[in-house]
Design a protein around this ligand. Sequence first.
Ligand code: ATP
Length: 303
Amino acid sequence: MIQITMPLNFLGSVYREIRQALVDMEEMFDLLHQPAEIIDAPNAPDIHVTGGTVALKNVEFHYDPARPILKGVDLEVPAGKTMAIVGHSGSGKSTIGRLLFRFYDVTGGRFEIDGQDIREVTQESLHRAIGVVPQDTVLFNDTIRYNIGYGRDGATYDEIVAAAKQAQIHEFILGLPEGYETQVGERGLKLSGGEKQRVGIARTLLKDPPILLLDEATSALDTRTEKSILGALKLAGEGRTVITIAHRLSTIADSDEIVVLEAGVVVERGTHEALLKAGGHYAQMWSAQAEDREAAEGDDAAA
Ligand code: ATP
């Protein structure tokens, strides 16, 4: 990252854009292993987001033709609603996130936002419409103010503070030796996983995208931190379309819709209550995770 971006340092805003793009991609997809090869269609217009309805229409996808990953997935998240995608490891959950961000193109079917095929709009406008809160927020070696403010070019100090308050990290920042001017990152103050994630949430709030993609990141956090992060995420999701790629079911039980993916196929969908009642895959996963939840609650009570 440093080697790539340093020589670009004098290119001003171009540099900032490239740096932003690199971090967005790196945060979610690991830049080195998955290079972007997607280019905009000639004369592609910017996307026009009206409400933020996200739809997958018979989406098929493979990384390698010999091994289909998504096998005809139909999903729709109405504007302003929340959908959680759950399923065993390797079922294709994160792949859906990568396709939404157009890190890859579908190999069959369509991926739409407000009726527009995302292959037919500029990637820059697409990326502006989607906020990603990744599993692990990457910090720059810069001030905490910069690290939050970078969510939107030209954000004022007051806007940065407002985002930090919403992400519930303002009080923590005030307690740092130099407040918002404290240096963080590898060469500055190292933040915990939960603190970094709150910085990521604040950044995304500042960006103010109509669509939020949450790559559930709470599994490495203790229960108490997880609860407060979930509160911040809930606030961040208000009034937006939210897609959560989830591992722990307890965190997504109140989603408007939960989708269970198995080997690239949607095998169940519904609310938490309906899926429990149905007694299928979700209900099995829920009871398998019950033990973990009880252990975590026990730890919390003891703390
Ligand atoms: P997890 O819960 O473990 O994160 P997931 O459901 O998100 O899993 P994906 O990351 O979407 O699963 O991966 C789906 C399948 O695609 C996996 O079998 C994975 O090995 C494969 N896969 C993922 N990325 C690539 C890639 N860049 N090249 C080839 N195969 C890949």
